[in-house]
Design a protein around this ligand. Sequence first.
Ligand code: 3NM
Length: 219
Amino acid sequence: MSKHIDNDTLKQALSVYFISGTTNVNRPLPNVLTEAISGGITLFQFREKGSGCLTNKAKRDMAEKLFQVCKDHQIGFIINDDVELAIAMNADGIHIGQKDAGASITRKMIGENMILGVSVHTIEEAKQAVADGADYLGVGPIFQTNSKQDAEEVCGPERIMDMRKSGINLPIVAIGGITVEKTPEIKRAGADGVSIISAIASAPSPSYAANQFKEIMKD
Ligand code: 3NM
């Protein structure tokens, strides 16, 4: 997968976007990822953060394992934050937040052939990310989340509606506190996809959970 896929294909790929690091699961992450893929996730982001997370070679080894699982199932593999690792591995994309290196610098580093996702919270940040060369936006936290310590204020699905009204046409994924029950209203608000950590990573069956999201997001 590369940036040269058209917008519709990218939107499809973003529809059930599973994000996880090793600290979000209490089983081996490659197993959880494999199960989530069998349930129907459409994209994966490796986000290795928080106390006890892997670093250096251990992080890279884990990233390689997860990338291989994604390749085996033709699922795109995105790395959170770590631009150098994304480039070294030739990952499908990189996702950055407002506190990471700026989007325009990141775009210069990765070139045109890698997907760039940017987390935004306001319309101004969204417009800036578009101008800086983002391929998709992650908007959140839509609802209250326990998975990100430094999350901004909850903005609700209305923020996505407001972004659409203000003319932002880039693919948007909603993030933060997303559950199966809340997915229909997120879709109605104009999101192309849902990004999920805990509702898949901590589910008794990641496969079943992923399948429920897929059913709601399809068509
Ligand atoms: N980014 P869960 S909220 C990684 O608001 C992340 O940008 C957010 O985890 C943002 O699905 C969040 O468990 C955590 O709520 C999402």
